[in-house]
Write a protein that binds this ligand. Structure first.
Ligand SMILES: Nc1nc2c(ncn2[C@@H]2O[C@H](COP(=O)(O)OP(=O)(O)OP(=O)(O)O)[C@@H](O)[C@H]2O)c(=O)[nH]1
Ligand SMILES: [Mg+2]
Length: 197
């Protein structure tokens, strides 16, 4: 898919301040540092559209990027960052869960999972949270270029096995690397297929 025009639209720290729902939105969520902003940049073939950092907790608000004037990518702050105060955690909940539960134009969530580490309970809990609310989502296993810390564990298989303990139908999934470009054509093609014509 051509990302002919990519326009940073705006950032909001409160759901109620977001512009009225309109074009379909694809939102990126996952643990802090999993590579959400990097994947958005890689998909758009832009280096610094969404700000990234080696330190977790970089993205702090809801960021909208309009693609081809037809649909949006939405970068969200991550969950599971330990060095966060209770107040910040609860404002994250209000902002991110509020967006995901209430946004009428939310079309699909990309939940990113770090491919290089074994399945994390925080991710399973978040997949379950999405599933329980019937929010359509797909999984993206990120950092496919990195060697797994535990060479014996196939994270994709292990993660899907864990999810199968809760659900009969598995979400679609992709394995991607923002660095090497792995999986990007597949993700773009998925977006093209599911976008309303
Ligand atoms: N090796 C490798 N590193 C990656 C990849 N994607 C992201 N990173 C690195 O992971 C770190 C975090 O990337 P971000 O894109 O900022 O992560 P994020 O999920 O947006 O993080 P928060 O905004 O803090 O929630 C950065 O140092 C990136 O360079 C990848 O595919 N491969
Ligand atoms: Mg980010």
């Amino acid at each position: 898919m051509d990302f002919t025009s990519v326009v940073y639209s705006d950032s909001f720290s409160k759901v109620e301040d977001c512009p009225p729902a309109g074009k379909p939105e694809f939102a990126f969520i996952g643990r802090s540092n999993v590579g959400k902003s990097s994947l958005i940049n890689a998909l758009c073939e832009r280096k610094a559209l969404a700000f990234t950092s080696s330190q977790p907790g970089k993205t702090q608000s809801i960021n909208f990027y309009t693609i081809n004037d037809a649909w949006l990518l939405v970068d969200l702050p991550g969950y599971g960052y330990a060095k966060v105060s209770k107040t910040m955690r609860s404002s994250w909940k209000v902002m991110v869960e509020g967006y995901l539960e209430n946004r009428e134009s939310l079309f699909c969530v990309f939940q990113l999972i770090d491919h290089a580490i074994p399945p994390q309970q925080a991710d399973i809990d978040f997949s379950n949270w999405l599933g329980e609310r019937e929010i359509p989502f797909v999984l993206v296993f990120t950092k496919a270029d990195k060697r797994s810390k535990d060479k014996k564990t196939n994270t994709v298989k292990a993660y899907l096995e864990k999810l199968a303990g809760y659900w009969e139908v598995m979400p679609p999934y992709f394995v991607a690397s923002a660095v090497k470009g792995t999986g990007l054509p597949e993700i773009r093609s998925y977006i093209r297929q599911v976008l309303p014509q």
